[in-house]
Design a protein around this ligand. Structure first.
Ligand code: GLY
Length: 375
């Protein structure tokens, strides 16, 4: 696979019967959004949900594209950051949509990163018992993961994404041009989710990432398109196999049970971004796999080296003010995760880099002993 010989735009189908949809990946898609939406849902009015940062860079371009296609739209602009995924903001968005008289035949456009996609998608899922929505993800993380697959929701003090619904979008538009304005730290955090696909199921992709890392971080359009295409194609396959996460979809949570606990304990803020938390979590998942005898020794070091090379955190001590985190608090948060089944933790472990599996027999005592040694 070479970054140089990839077509500028790619198209992936998420095959879910009557809920199937396409993901388009490439440059210049924002400018074409209006035309595409008009042919998908002629006559629909659109409510754009976005945040202040994305709005300042890209809202005018999206609005112009909608206007040119004869689509009426109004924007709801929220504060950027994970704290926006709250009940308070959900209420204000849903009431904002009602005030705009968004009806079932209309559309909600989630225009932003993972926070906006999750919140706007959830709002659309409960508005008038379900309104269709379109994802136009503007962060790498959202383009490769959260905008695809229909998971929507908000956070609770009890944990991340604990309140939500499965609500598939009608279309996903991943415009690689918008990544040019993404903060480098946010890009790095999104990269953790890209690498996750290789770590789970495809060692060759991990090698490709190593070979093309510089092109990716230089925002080379062909490298970006290929990394996003590969990630979305794998996600589409997994979601097709297991839409509601009764089985294989749980693999996509590699590193997330550890990561969600750290995010929750650091307040879902700038102190630790989601991608940073799961970078640490994925290294820990490999270390835990080694300790349990599932995976050859040294693999967690290899994964840590990969993430360190791009500037991602890999250990608990990389978390700012990590001294405030206690073993009891981490264990408690992990037991609240959605991946708990009747009190047993469901863990994603690995036999190898590129070969993750779902484990349902992790003993809480063994987990606690492992975690104690991470402090
Ligand atoms: N981000 C994991 C999933 O969508 O299943």
């Amino acid at each position: 696979m070479s970054a140089d010989n990839v077509a500028a735009a790619s198209r992936i189908n998420v095959d879910l019967g009557e809920r199937s949809y396409e993901i388009l990946i490439g440059g210049g898609l924002l400018e074409q959004a209006g035309e595409m939406i008009q042919s998908l849902r002629p006559g629909a009015k659109c409510a754009i949900i976005t945040d202040e940062t994305v709005a300042s860079y890209h809202l005018a371009a999206l609005e112009a594209s909608l206007t040119d296609a004869g689509i009426k739209s109004q924007a709801i602009i929220l504060q950027p950051g994970e704290a926006t995924k709250s009940f308070t903001q959900l209420q204000s968005v849903v009431e904002g949509l009602l005030a705009q008289r968004i009806e079932r035949a209309d559309l909600v456009i989630a225009f932003g990163g993972g926070v906006i996609g999750d919140l706007a998608g959830f709002a659309a899922s409960i508005l008038r018992r379900g309104v269709d929505f379109i994802q136009i993800p503007t962060s790498l993380l959202a383009q490769v993961d959260s905008s695809v697959g229909g998971k929507t929701g908000i956070n609770s003090p009890y944990g991340k994404n604990l309140i939500g619904a499965f609500h598939q979008p009608l279309l996903v538009l991943c415009d690689t041009d918008v990544l040019q304005t993404l903060e480098p730290r946010q890009f790095r955090a999104g990269y953790a989710e890209v690498a996750k696909y290789g770590l789970i199921r495809d060692n060759a992709f991990v090698t490709w990432l190593e070979e093309n890392r510089h092109a990716l971080f230089d925002l080379d359009p062909a490298a970006l398109t290929e990394a996003i295409r590969f990630s979305c194609a794998m996600k589409a396959r997994v979601v097709h196999e297991d839409e509601k996460e009764h089985g294989v979809r749980a693999l996509l949570n590699l590193g997330h049970t550890f990561g969600h606990a750290f995010e929750s304990l650091t307040g879902y803020g700038d102190r630790l971004l989601h991608g940073e938390a799961i970078s640490i979590g994925m290294v820990m998942a490999f270390a835990f796999s080694e300790e349990l005898g599932h995976c050859p020794a040294g693999r967690s070091d290899t994964v840590a080296k990969h993430f360190k090379a791009v500037g991602l955190p890999t250990t608990l001590s990389d978390i700012p003010a990590h001294e405030e985190l206690t073993l009891d608090a981490v264990v408690d948060k992990m037991s609240q995760d959605k991946k708990v089944e009747r009190g047993t933790l469901v863990f994603i472990l690995a036999h190898e880099i590129g070969d993750a599996f779902i484990s349902r027999d992790v003993s809480p005592t063994v987990l606690r002993d492992f975690l104690e040694r991470q402090f």
